[in-house]
Design a protein around this ligand. Structure first.
Ligand code: FAD
Length: 518
């Protein structure tokens, strides 16, 4: 791979522009643009690339208003175009207004401060520099509303929520939350200034920023968040019942939503724990396609992890028997019917029944085809990494006891060979190659899986596999774990020590109700 592909890749949330695409992309674009013209050999550019990627990730939800691009001037076929843009220094940051009718070289950002928060705020200012004529088509209004605009809405019924962020004049929180929510339907976010006395008095707000929520049924109340920060407001609003991310691709007609619990990672998710079921199901129902793909040894190591499983003894026993049987098989591949017979026999003896129709509980989707098996598989592996960290002796005499990555390596093999979703396997493998070697302890293994799961959530947000009732957010959301979230220099950061504590508690054996443990 060239240096360019190493500095920015298709996996990053930036748009990679080239001489072939840059003009047609920027001219008459429906969105504004912020483009970094860089050179892949320039040290500053290399050092700055993580910040640029973080910025692009931070404002990904703004992409229908303003987008982040990169163009590598060190690439031979980009020499001429960089000359045409008059790029002399690297990196050069240029803004391009939306709906520019003809080619224009953009406006250079000359500020010395290139910190993420500053650039983000400059992006907001730049958006506000648009006129009514060239305003980006999908960008919501960013100007503050007056008391006279807002007061009449109070107590009115509506077909959606309205959130009003009341803030001081120099605050960017309101505009950032408006842009964070622009891809969501079922809610409008407006901002008003703290100087609007009649409004603040009517709403009873005296510290800023604060958010006030008008519900569709006409009721209204101040929005209570643990920390009055952009991330907390935005997360809260995204998780409101009836607020959904607009699908980024229009797909097949959707089946009607089933009645179901709401919200990602509510206590529900683990209370009804069907992972034992999934395990058994994995062994029986999914083994048939697995046989075509995966080596028997990889399947065995998956079953070995049963020693970590905090479920009913009967499941553990069943899995152990299965393992003994697998080990005794002189075969490369496992006959599906044989495995089915074995499990059914064992289950009959132990009084367990596995119905044909799998009823998901914690992983019940709001529509057929959503959540279910992959949801439970994630949960299962989170439980296993937490168990490995909490019960160091559990894998004694399995050959895995000294290996802090035992669960993750098994998961990796399982996902690649048996999961059935090739794309998922490919992505997971890429993540594993890139960062699994850095995992040195069982605690780091717990955090690695959490981080990678969030990476997948970020990639899938707004796609067809997102259940509108269970939006793909960065998890755990602030309502689940407020202390997991912090802000440094205006940027959301995780407190990983607190996340680890939370994961150990959330996925710990004590939090798993035996009611649904098969
Ligand atoms: P899930 O993402 O399945 O999560 C289940 C539960 O885990 C959530 O409800 C929440 O309570 C909790 N949770 C959420 N995030 C975290 C976290 N960071 N740490 C700990 N717990 C968390 N689908 C695709 O379309 N494309 C893919 O490339 C793809 N790759 C996948 C790779 C793997 C390894 C797996 C297991 C699944 C993959 N899937 C992929 C499926 C996808 O990730 C979801 O599992 C599926 O869309 C169901 O989503 P869900 O809303 O039920 O939540």
């Amino acid at each position: 791979p060239s240096l360019t592909t190493r500095l920015y890749s298709e996996e990053d949330p930036v748009v990679i522009l080239t001489s072939a695409t840059v003009k047609q992309t920027l001219v008459n674009s429906s969105t504004a643009w912020l483009v970094q013209f860089y050179s892949s050999w320039c040290g500053h550019c290399i050092q700055y690339s993580p910040t640029w990627k973080a910025l692009a990730g931070d404002v990904k939800d703004w992409e229908h208003a303003i987008r982040i691009g990169v163009l590598d001037c060190a690439q031979e076929n980009n020499f001429d175009i960089c000359k045409e843009f008059g790029i002399h220094f690297y990196p050069t940051f240029r803004y391009f207004k939306a709906r520019g009718p003809t080619f224009d070289v953009g406006k250079t950002y000359r500020g010395a401060d290139r910190e993420l928060q500053t650039v983000r705020q400059v992006m907001v200012n730049f958006l506000q520099n648009h006129t009514r004529e060239d305003w980006p088509v999908s960008c919501p209004p960013l100007e503050p509303y007056s008391s006279a605009d807002i007061l009449p809405l109070i107590g009115q019924k509506s077909n959606q929520y309205t959130a009003v962020i009341v803030e001081n004049e120099d605050s960017y929180v309101g505009r950032e939350v408006i842009l964070d929510l622009m891809m969501y339907q079922g809610l409008t976010v407006k901002r008003a200034l703290s100087s609007e006395r009649s409004l603040t008095e009517k709403l009873g707000i005296n510290s800023f920023p604060s958010a006030y929520l008008l519900h569709p049924n006409g009721t209204h109340a101040i929005l209570h968040v643990q920390k009055r920060l952009r991330f907390f407001f935005s997360s809260f609003l995204k998780l409101l019942l009836g607020v959904h991310r607009k699908l980024s691709t229009s797909g097949a007609p959707q089946e009607p939503l089933l009645e179901g619990p709401r919200g990602p990672g509510t206590a529900e998710a683990l209370k009804d724990f069907e992972n034992g079921y999934v395990w058994v199901r994995t062994c029986i129902l999914c083994v048939s396609p697995c046989l075509i793909q995966g080596p028997i040894t990889d399947f065995k190591s998956f079953v070995i992890l049963a020693d970590l499983f905090p479920g009913r003894q009967s499941v553990v026993k069943l899995l152990e028997t299965l393992l003994e049987w697998l080990v005794s098989l002189p075969l490369e591949k496992i006959p599906f019917d044989a495995i089915l017979d074995l499990v059914n026999n064992k289950m009959r003896i132990s009084g367990m029944f596995l119905s044909d129709q799998l009823q998901w509980v914690g992983c019940q989707g709001s529509r057929v085809g959503l959540r279910g098996y992959p949801c439970s598989l994630w949960t299962l592996f989170h439980v296993l990494t937490v168990q490995a960290a909490s019960r160091p002796d559990a894998l004694a005499n399995t050959g895995l006891e000294e290996n802090p990555k035992a669960v993750l390596q098994t998961m990796r093999k399982y996902i690649v060979n048996f999961f059935g979703c090739q794309e998922c396997g490919k992505h997971f493998e890429e993540m594993a190659v890139a960062s699994l070697p850095q995992v040195k302890s069982v605690d780091q293994a717990v955090l690695w899986l959490w981080r990678k799961h969030n990476q997948v959530n970020g990639r899938l947000a707004g796609t067809m596999s997102e259940d509108p009732h269970f939006p793909k957010t960065q998890w755990p959301s602030p309502d689940l774990c407020p202390i997991c979230h912090e802000e440094q220099d205006g940027i959301h950061v995780w407190n990983e020590d607190k996340v680890l504590m939370f994961l150990k508690q959330h996925y710990g054996a004590a939090n798993i109700s035996p009611k649904h443990m098969y």
